[in-house]
Design a protein around this ligand. Sequence first.
Ligand SMILES: Nc1ncnc2c1ncn2[C@@H]1O[C@H](COP(=O)(O)OP(=O)(O)OP(=O)(O)O)[C@@H](O)[C@H]1O
Ligand SMILES: [Mg+2]
Length: 223
Amino acid sequence: MDRQLVTQGAEGRVYVGDWLNHSVIIKQRFSKKYRHVDLDTHITQERIKAEARALTRCRSLGIRTPAVYDVNFDKREIILENITNSITVRNYIYAAVERDLSMDNREILSLAEKIGKVLAKMHSNHIIHGDLTTSNMLLIQPYESSEVILIDFGLSSVEERAEDKAVDLYVLERAVLSTHPNTEAFVSCCISAYKKAGSNAAEDVVKRLDEVRTRGRKKLCFG
Ligand SMILES: Nc1ncnc2c1ncn2[C@@H]1O[C@H](COP(=O)(O)OP(=O)(O)OP(=O)(O)O)[C@@H](O)[C@H]1O
Ligand SMILES: [Mg+2]
């Protein structure tokens, strides 16, 4: 299969290619030489399985995610639908800054609201993403009216506890605030949309988030 490298991260490489006449994304995970080979194979397979399961589960719930076409444990690969004409939320926000949009602009806050809503739906089905960042969300053209498409579920899990959901949101909050300056309003808009879209359980998660934040701050102070 012809493939071109898109990105190379710490965990693996992402290629774009053609597969049975579909434009696809191939995610290949590295083997970690410092890990025992059996453990390494096991961890890699668990990540690939977690990714395939969560992507499929989200899709069946009506949450936009790439379709899963194939998994190959020997090659450490997963083959996904390529979401063409897409941009990461990260790059979308960077582009908005270039356009001199302020971070409490309607367009930006409407995006925050969409993110809160989709995460409420995901969590109400007990799917924990595990790596919520603005690079792991895509928008398709026209971006302003796009749904939020979730990707990169290799660290995902299924958990019912409010604690796990709160930590998921905390990871996002930290990621947004450290990647994008002046996004306090963006983050609170995201959280209030999450609370509004979810049931009572979502309120418990947001309460829990406060505790997680306090723990996070203590950890920063005392190591
Ligand atoms: N299905 C897809 N369609 C279009 N672009 C994609 C798709 N999947 C990934 N990408 C692009 O490739 C980038 C990296 O993909 P992804 O986040 O899944 O891998 P990663 O961050 O390397 O994974 P890991 O967290 O396991 O290291 C994304 O930020 C996005 O720009
Ligand atoms: Mg990623």
